[in-house]
Write a protein that binds this ligand. Structure first.
Ligand SMILES: *Cc1c(COP(=O)(O)O)cnc(C)c1O
Length: 366
C-alpha cells in the first residue's frame, strides 16, 4: 500500500448529495459542481454518484475539464463556468459543452463552430450581478441578445450569475445581486425550459429565493460548510481524508533546532516524528510551526518549517516509524477538519481540499 494516500468515502459523498437533494425538494434541478477534479475528490467517481442520485448534470471551470468528462463517457449536460477563449470554442462545441457567453466572448466563433460541426451550440448568458468577474451587466443584455439572435446555430439554454457573499451572515449584498439578476432576466424571453441559476452551496442553504430552477452545489457535497457564518447546515460529512505514515522518530535535546531556518528550538527534551509529505504534495508551507496532524488519536503540533517533501511534528515517546498520521480527516474519534487545517494555514477549506498533488486516491464505498 502507498505510504501516503487520499481516502475518498463515496458513501459519505452519496449521503451529502442526497441531503442536498432532499433539502431542495424538487423545487430546482441540481448540477454537481465538479470543477478542479471535484474539489480534489476525483471527478469520475463523484460525478457518477451524483448522477445516480438524480443530479441532472455537471459544472466545470474550463472546456478542457468538460472534454475530459466526455472522454470518461459521461453524456449528461456539462456546463462550463469560465468564459471560453476563441481557441477553446471549437473543442467546446465539439464536446457538446454548454458555454457561458457575455459580450467579450467570440460569439461568431461559436456560430462558425456549430455550423462546421453541424450541430446547435448551447450557451448560457453569464450575468455580472456585482462580482465583477465575468458576465454581462443587465444593460448589456439587449445587445448580447441581439448578437445571439443573428446566430441560427446557437441555442440560448438559459442564464446564470454568481453571488460573492452568499456565505455571509448579512445577506444584503447577496439580495442586491439577486435584484440585479432579476433586472437582467426582465430582458429575456423566459420560457418553461429556460434555465435560471444563481445558487452556490451558500445560496442553497440560506437563500431560497436564489434557487430559481437550477442550483449549483459544490463545497457542501464534499462535506464542508461554505463558511462559519451559515444560518442553515445540512449536517454533511467530510468525504476526504489525507493519510500518511511516520517515517522516522527521534529524541530532541533541549536547545536543538528542527528544520530549515532553525525556526523551531526545543525548550526542553522532547520527541519528534518525521512525516513524508510537504509543499510539493500541496501541504501548505504556511502551516510551518502552526498546524497539527493526528497520530495515535492525538493532535501533534508541527515543529519547524514544512519542507518540499517532509515535515516534523512533536510526539510522545510511544510513536514509532510506520504509525499512521492523518493530515485531514478522522482518526479514532477525533477529526481534523479541512476547516481547522485551513484556519491554521490562513486560508479556506476549499483550498485545502483541492491542494493535493502526486498523492494517489483510494475510493471506499459504492
Ligand atoms: C465554484 C462555483 C460554484 C460552487 O460553489 P460552492 O461554494 O462550492 O458551492 C457555483 N457556481 C460557480 C459559478 C462556481 O464558480
Amino acid at each position: 500500500m502507498a505510504v501516503s494516500y487520499i481516502k475518498i468515502d463515496l458513501n459519505a459523498f452519496r449521503r451529502n448529495v442526497r441531503k442536498i437533494r432532499n433539502y431542495i425538494k424538487g423545487e430546482a434541478g441540481l448540477l454537481a459542481v465538479v470543477k478542479a477534479n471535484a474539489y480534489g475528490h476525483g471527478v469520475k467517481e463523484c460525478l457518477q454518484v451524483a448522477l445516480k442520485e438524480g443530479y441532472e448534470g455537471a459544472a466545470v471551470s474550463r472546456v478542457t475539464e468538460g472534454r475530459e468528462l466526455r472522454r470518461f463517457g459521461f453524456n449528461c449536460p456539462i456546463y462550463v463556468l469560465g468564459l471560453p477563449l476563441p481557441h477553446e470554442i471549437l473543442m467546446g462545441v465539439d464536446s457538446d459543452l454548454i458555454l457561458p457567453v457575455d459580450l467579450t466572448v467570440d460569439i461568431e466563433a461559436i456560430e462558425a463552430a456549430a455550423i462546421s460541426e453541424r450541430k446547435m451550440a448551447e450557451v448560457m448568458i453569464a450575468i455580472d450581478s456585482g462580482m465583477n468577474r465575468i458576465g454581462a451587466h443587465p444593460d448589456e443584455v439587449p445587445q448580447l441578445l441581439e448578437k445571439l439572435k443573428k446566430c441560427s446555430h446557437i441555442h440560448i439554454r438559459g442564464t446564470f450569475t454568481h453571488m460573492a457573499t452568499a456565505d455571509f451572515k448579512d445577506k444584503d449584498i447577496a439580495q442586491k445581486q439577486l435584484q440585479v439578476f432579476e433586472h437582467a432576466l426582465s430582458y429575456m424571453n423566459i420560457t418553461d425550459d429556460f434555465v435560471i441559476s444563481a445558487a452556490n452551496s451558500a445560496g442553497i442553504l440560506d437563500i431560497p429565493n436564489s434557487w430559481h430552477n437550477l442550483v449549483r452545489p459544490g463545497i457542501i457535497m464534499y462535506g464542508l460548510p461554505p463558511s462559519q457564518d451559515m444560518t442553515h447546515s445540512l449536517d454533511v460529512e467530510s468525504v476526504m481524508s489525507v493519510i500518511t505514515h511516520v517515517t522516522h522518530v527521534q529524541n530532541l535535546k533541549k536547545g536543538e533546532f528542527v528544520g530549515y531556518g532553525a525556526s523551531f528550538v526545543a525548550e526542553k527534551d522532547m520527541h519528534t516524528a518525521t512525516i513524508p509529505l510537504g509543499y510539493a504534495d500541496g501541504y501548505p508551507r504556511a502551516l510551518s510551526n502552526k498546524g497539527c496532524v493526528l497520530i495515535g488519536g492525538k493532535r501533534c503540533p508541527i515543529v519547524g518549517r514544512i519542507c518540499m517533501d517532509q515535515f516534523m511534528v512533536a510526539v510522545d515517546e510511544t510513536v514509532k516509524p510506520g504509525d499512521e498520521a492523518v493530515l485531514v480527516g478522522k482518526q479514532g474519534n477525533i477529526e481534523l477538519s479541512a476547516d481547522e487545517v485551513a484556519e491554521a494555514a490562513g486560508t479556506i477549506s476549499y483550498e485545502i481540499l483541492c491542494t493535493w498533488k502526486r498523492i494517489p486516491r483510494v475510493f471506499i464505498g459504492e
